[in-house]
Design a binder for this molecule. Structure first.
Ligand SMILES: [Zn+2]
Length: 390
């Protein structure tokens, strides 16, 4: 029998499918006052959704000593009510429900079976010293703790959330071996949980490690670009886009006659990301073109060099700079690889005999230090180049 209202499913996000009757319901807050009408509506919904599904007791968490039956999808859990009441969200949900029995369990719609089992695992976990402790993580364990951190936040189990986030923070900041071997998917989940739950220390640890790995190419750039764009993480965006531009240029082919570049971009990137990538390329090339024609001003080591002598220092510095930027070694880099170009330029100038002869040693050293600092600052601000179009 078709119901009066039209039921349809909506995709809430990549991993969640929700049920809605109309647009109004999609925007209605999930937490509602428990009034008779809502109870009736919920019962109808349960009946409708269970029509084709056989209810099954969970093998681990349908406990004999349980006094609260909860249904998630078609799985029934029977657990100790006092454990659930440690969350004020569950306290609200259970308030006023008398004698919860199998025939009318508390049904949860916005949690998966896997997530609810993870919560119950933590609620039933009884460490010997009475405290939840940080455990060394393997990859499966990490995914579990990330899941737990997310779902305990959503359902306000504060102790569990604190425990899970402490493990993640400790791992991200103090376990470099694990962080080096993490997949992009796990790093992305860690970023998600840090953003959703507002854990800045975890976020900065994961982003720093991820940026470093992308820069040294021990992990691919595209997932880092996706995560950076999703959460507006500027430092990760800068490094990930920068590395991707260099790799992209290496993969291009050219037409044999006119030498035109047949641009290929990663199909996982959307149009906005491609635009950001190309504008970044343009910005980096333009930056190098300005810099190679206008040398950084040589600092004056006034303790060791007079004002007049420094005029000669500066003239030599500019002359050798202009010469070095045309050397074969520098020309071997593409013009968008600004960090490699700056490193190479410093390297060339530090070994340049004419620069040694034509400057006081202290001014020369200050100039080389300036180039090093300039490269570091440029790296820190890479995201400036990938702003996109104004
Ligand atoms: Zn000088």
């Amino acid at each position: 029998m078709p119901s009066k209202s039209t039921r349809r499913f909506i995709i809430v996000d990549d991993s969640t499918i929700g049920e809605a009757r109309d647009r109004q319901e999609e925007t209605r807050p999930r937490k509602r006052q428990r009034v008779d009408e809502d109870d009736e509506e919920e019962r109808k919904k349960e009946e409708a959704s269970s029509a084709g599904a056989r209810l099954v007791c969970d093998p681990d968490y349908y406990k004999e000593d349980g006094n609260c039956v909860v249904r998630v999808d078609n799985i029934l859990f029977n657990v100790r009510k006092e454990l659930l009441l440690t969350s004020h969200t569950f306290a609200d949900l259970l308030e006023g429900r008398r004698g919860v029995i199998d025939g009318h369990p508390l049904q949860l719609h916005d949690i998966s079976v896997k997530e609810f089992r993870a919560l119950l695992f933590a609620l039933y976990f009884q460490p010997e010293d009475g405290r939840l402790v940080a455990l060394p993580l393997d990859h499966t364990g990490a995914e579990f703790v990330i899941l737990l951190a997310t779902i305990s936040h959503k359902y306000a189990f504060q102790e569990i959330h604190k425990w899970a986030t402490e493990i993640l923070e400790h791992t991200a900041s103090s376990n470099p071996v694990f962080m080096e071997s993490c997949s992009s998917a796990t790093l992305s989940l860690m970023v998600d949980v840090a953003v959703q739950c507002g854990i800045p220390h975890l976020l900065s640890s994961v982003v720093d490690k991820w940026s470093e790995r992308v820069y040294h190419k021990s992990t691919p750039s595209v997932p880092a670009m996706q995560a950076a764009d999703k959460h507006e993480l500027l430092s990760l965006r800068g490094v990930a886009y920068y590395v991707h531009v260099q790799d992209m240029l290496d993969r291009q082919t050219h037409t044999p006659e006119g030498g035109g570049t047949q641009l290929r971009v990663d199909p996982k990137l959307n149009n906005g990301q491609v635009m950001r990538l190309l504008s970044g390329y343009c910005s980096l090339v333009s930056y190098w073109e300005r810099l190679r024609l206008k040398p950084l001003e040589l600092p004056h080591a006034s303790d060791a060099c007079t004002v007049d002598a420094h005029l000669a220092c500066m003239a030599t510095w500019e002359r050798r700079w202009m010469s070095a930027v045309g050397w074969k070694r520098i020309l071997g880099y593409n013009s968008a690889d600004i960090l490699a170009l700056l490193t190479c330029l410093r390297d060339q100038l530090s070994g340049d005999e004419e620069l040694k002869k034509g400057t006081t040693p202290e001014c020369r050293a200050a100039g080389l230090d300036l180039l090093k600092t300039h490269a570091e600052t440029t790296r820190e601000h890479l995201s400036d180049h990938f702003f996109g179009c104004i």
